[in-house]
Design a protein. Structure first.
Length: 666
C-alpha cells in the first residue's frame, strides 16, 4: 500500500484577508489532494493561520486589540472562506493553538538537544513584512526590502542562533540525491546556488517583543516566527499516534516568495531534530490581476468568494488551474475567464452532453440504450481518449494540473469531433435506432470518465454531470482507485438523469453585468494586431542588386554568407504549455522545452491557426538566440517559432522523427 498523501498550504498571515493569491495556494492543494483521494490513497490536507510575530503584534496594537483577540477575529475568515471555494481541509491549525505551541516547544528541545542552538546577539536588518532577516547586499538602496518596498529595520538583540551553516553539505546532498525535493526544477537550481553560496547561522529567537511561542527554559525569548510557523506541518499530527504516522508530508505547496524558508530552513530544522524530511516542496508562481500586481487594495476588492458567487466556484477553480501554468507566474483576467467559461466549459463540455443526452430521453425512454450495433466507421476518433485520460492522471501526479486539464479537453475535443462526423441526428431522422444508440452510448461513457477525471478540479460540476448521467457523486474511498479505466456503470437499461444546462452561456450583457457587480473594469477594446516573432519574418528591405529586376528583389532576399546563417541558433523545441493571451487574439503564450533547465517563454502569432491545446507535445523549430521581445506587460518572448502561410492557416515547420528537445538544426 502506498504512503498516504499528506499535502499542506502555507499557513496564512492574519494581517490580511483571504485573497486570490492565498486562494490559489489553497485551491491547488485541494485539487491535488482530491486527485490522490480518487486514486484510492489515504489523504490528509492541512491549512491554517500564522498568528505570531512582530507584524501581527503591531497590527493588533494599531487596532487597539490584544494580539490573541485580534488573531481570533482574523483567523475566522480563513477558516470560513476555504469551504466556500470547495476546499475541504482535514484540519485547520492556528499557531496560537495550545497543541501547536506545546509541540513547537518539543521541536525546539530536539534541535537544542542536537547541540545546534547557541546564544549570541543578532545585529542586522529585519523586514517586518517578510518576517525575515536580510543582509545589506540583499536590500535595495536605503535598505529597502525588494518585496515590501519599505525600509528594513535595524535590530540588535540577544538571540538564540541555529547552526544552519553546519547543514550546508547535507542540504546540498539532499538536493543532489533527491532532486525532486524542490519543484519545479528551475527553483531547485535557485535554492542550490543559494546554499552553495554559503549559509550563515540563523537567529531563531527574539527578545524585543513577546508575541510568540516562549523558548523552552528561557522565557525572555520567543521563537522566531518562521521556526514556530514551519513547525505547524509536524505539530498538527503529534497528539494522535495514527496521525503521527502521516509524517513526513508528501507535498508542501508554497508560493515562490517563501521557498527559501521551506527548502532550506525547514529541512535543516528537521535534520537537526532527527525527523524525516518532506518529499517535495512545490513553489507556485505569483498571480497578477488584469495585469496588475495584487496590491493590498486590489486584494480587498477582488474577493475570491465574490468571484465564486459571480461565476460559480468550479469555474473559478477551473480557471485558476487551467489558465495559469502551475509553477509559473500568471495573470488572472476576468474577461479571459468568461471566454474560457463559454468555450471550454459551455461549448466543449456542457454542449457535448446536450448533443447526446436528449436523444436518450426522446428515443430511448430516458435509459442507456443497448449498443449492440456499434457505428464503427468513426470510432478511430475516440481511440486516443483512454491515453489522454491516463496522461491527465500522470499530470495531476506530477503535479501539473494545467496539463491534466489540457489532456481532459483533448479527450473532449475528440468526442466532439466524433459527434460531428457520426451525425447522430441523421441516424435519429432515419429512425436508425441501433446506430443512434451506438453513438450516444460511446459519448455518454466518455463523459462518465471525464466526470471522474474532472472531479479534483470541479467537484460540484463533475457531480452535476454525473447526476444527468444517472450516476451518484464521486465518493473516494481508501483502497479503491476510481480513475477511469474503461469500466462503466452506464450499462444498457440504466436510468439517466434529467437534462439541464451545465454551463449556461454568459452573453456579453450578462458578462458586463457580472463584471460590474464585482466593481471591475469593462472589457478592454479589441486587441490591436501585434506581429509576433513566430510570424514568418518579412524579408529585410534591401537595395536591389544592380541590374536585378525590382520584383525579384522583393521576393528574394539577398544571399548571405554561411557565417551569417551560422549565427542563427536553430533548435528543436517541444511545446509543453500553450495558452491564449488575453485581449491579443492572434497571440499564444507558449512554454517550449529546449532542453534547458526551464522551458522557454515564447510568444507566437499562432492563435488564429491553432487551438493552444493542439500545440502541446508538438515538436517545433525555434530561433533560440533572438533578442527577447516584449508584447505588453510581463509578456516577453524569448525566441521565435518557424511557420509558413497566412496567419489564419499557418503550417508549423517541424522535423521528422523525435529528436531530443534542444537538438541543434543545421
Ligand atoms: N505566513 C507565511 C507562510 C508560513 S508557512 C509555514 C506567509 N503567509 S502569507 O499569507 O503572506 O502568504 C501565504 C501564501 O500566499 C504564500 O505562499 C504566497 O506566495 C501566497 N501569495 C500571496 N500573494 C500571492 C499572489 N499574488 N499570487 C500567488 N500567491 C501569492 O508567507
Amino acid at each position: 500500500m502506498s504512503r498516504p498523501f499528506y499535502v499542506t498550504t502555507p499557513i496564512y498571515y492574519i494581517n490580511d484577508v483571504p485573497h486570490l493569491g492565498t486562494a490559489y495556494s489553497t485551491i491547488a492543494a485541494d485539487v491535488l489532494r482530491r486527485y490522490h483521494a480518487v486514486r484510492g490513497e489515504r489523504t490528509f490536507f492541512l491549512t491554517g493561520t500564522d498568528e505570531h510575530g512582530l507584524k501581527i503584534e503591531r497590527v493588533a496594537k494599531e487596532r487597539g486589540l490584544a494580539p490573541k483577540a485580534f488573531a481570533d477575529e482574523m483567523s475566522a475568515p480563513f477558516r470560513e472562506t476555504w469551504p466556500k471555494l470547495a476546499c475541504a481541509p482535514d484540519d485547520f491549525i492556528r499557531t496560537t493553538d495550545e497543541r501547536h505551541e506545546r509541540w513547537a516547544a518539543e521541536l525546539w528541545k530536539r534541535v537544542a538537544a542536537s547541540g545546534d542552538l547557541y546564544e549570541g546577539t543578532y545585529e542586522g536588518w529585519y523586514c517586518v513584512g517578510c518576517e525575515a532577516y536580510y543582509t545589506e547586499k540583499e536590500l535595495a538602496e536605503g535598505n529597502v526590502c525588494a518585496t515590501h518596498k519599505t525600509p528594513a529595520e535595524r535590530v540588535r538583540e540577544p538571540s538564540y542562533f541555529f547552526k544552519l551553516s553546519r547543514y550546508q553539505d547535507r542540504l546540498l546532498e539532499l538536493y543532489r540525491d533527491h532532486p525532486s525535493f524542490v519543484a519545479p526544477g528551475s527553483r531547485l537550481n535557485e535554492v542550490k546556488s543559494f546554499v552553495a553560496g554559503g549559509l550563515s547561522d540563523l537567529s531563531v529567537s527574539r527578545t524585543t517583543f513577546s508575541w510568540g511561542v516562549p523558548v523552552p527554559g528561557d522565557p525572555r525569548h520567543v521563537m522566531y516566527v518562521w521556526f514556530d510557523a514551519l513547525a505547524n506541518y509536524w505539530t498538527v499530527l503529534q497528539d494522535d499516534p495514527e496521525r503521527a504516522a502521516l509524517w513526513p508530508a508528501s507535498l508542501h505547496v508554497v508560493g515562490k516568495d517563501i521557498l527559501r524558508f521551506h527548502a532550506i530552513y525547514w529541512p535543516a530544522f528537521l535534520m537537526s531534530a532527527g525527523l524525516p524530511l518532506p518529499e517535495q516542496v512545490f513553489a507556485h508562481g505569483f498571480l497578477t490581476f488584469g495585469g496588475q500586481k495584487m496590491s493590498k487594495s486590489l486584494r480587498n476588492t477582488v474577493k475570491p468568494t465574490a468571484l465564486a458567487d459571480a461565476f460559480g466556484v468550479d469555474t473559478l477553480r477551473y480557471y485558476l488551474m487551467r489558465a495559469i501554468a502551475f509553477g509559473q507566474d500568471g495573470d488572472f483576467d476576468v474577461h479571459d475567464l468568461v471566454a474560457r467559461y463559454n468555450a471550454d466549459l459551455g461549448n466543449a463540455l456542457g454542449n457535448l452532453l446536450q448533443r447526446v443526452l436528449p436523444f436518450c430521453h426522446r428515443v430511448f425512454e430516458g435509459l442507456v440504450p443497448p449498443d449492440d450495433a456499434p457505428p464503427e466507421e468513426h470510432e478511430a476518433l475516440l481511440s486516443g481518449v483512454p491515453e489522454s485520460l491516463r496522461m491527465a492522471g500522470e499530470a495531476f501526479a506530477t503535479p501539473a494540473p494545467h496539463v491534466a486539464l489540457e489532456r481532459i479537453w483533448s479527450a473532449l475535443r475528440d468526442a466532439n469531433a466524433y459527434v460531428d462526423r457520426s451525425a447522430p441526428w441523421d441516424a435519429a431522422k432515419k429512425g436508425d435506432k441501433p446506430r443512434l444508440a451506438g453513438i450516444v452510448v460511446r459519448v455518454l461513457r466518455l463523459l462518465e470518465s471525464v466526470s471522474v477525471a474532472l472531479w479534483p478540479v470541479m467537484p460540484g460540476k463533475a457531480d452535476e454531470l454525473r447526476l444527468q448521467l444517472g450516476l451518484g457523486p464521486v465518493s473516494p474511498s481508501v483502497g479503491l482507485d476510481l480513475w477511469p479505466s474503461g469500466a462503466t456503470a452506464l450499462v444498457a437499461g440504466a436510468k439517466l438523469g434529467e437534462v439541464a444546462a451545465l454551463f449556461p452561456r454568459i452573453d456579453p450583457d450578462r458578462q458586463a453585468e457580472l463584471i460590474a457587480s464585482l466593481g471591475l473594469a469593462p472589457p478592454a477594446p479589441a486587441a490591436v494586431a501585434v506581429a509576433a516573432p513566430s510570424a514568418p519574418a518579412a524579408p529585410a528591405a534591401s537595395a536591389p542588386a544592380p541590374g536585378a529586376p525590382q520584383a525579384a528583389a522583393a521576393d528574394q532576399p539577398p544571399s548571405i554568407a554561411y557565417d551569417d546563417f551560422a549565427k542563427v541558433d536553430l533548435r528543436v523545441g517541444v511545446v509543453v504549455a500553450a495558452e491564449r493571451v488575453p485581449r491579443k487574439d492572434k497571440l499564444l503564450s507558449l512554454r517550449v522545452d529546449l532542453g534547458e533547465a526551464e522551458p522557454r517563454a515564447i510568444v507566437a502569432g499562432l492563435a488564429l491557426s491553432f487551438a493552444p491545446e493542439a500545440l502541446v507535445g508538438k515538436r517545433v523549430l525555434v530561433v533560440a538566440n533572438l533578442e527577447p521581445r516584449t508584447f505588453g506587460k510581463g509578456l516577453v518572448s524569448h525566441g521565435m517559432i518557424l511557420a509558413s502561410g497566412p496567419s489564419e492557416s499557418l503550417t508549423l515547420a517541424t522535423v521528422s522523427g523525435e529528436p531530443a528537445a534542444g537538438s541543434r538544426v543545421k
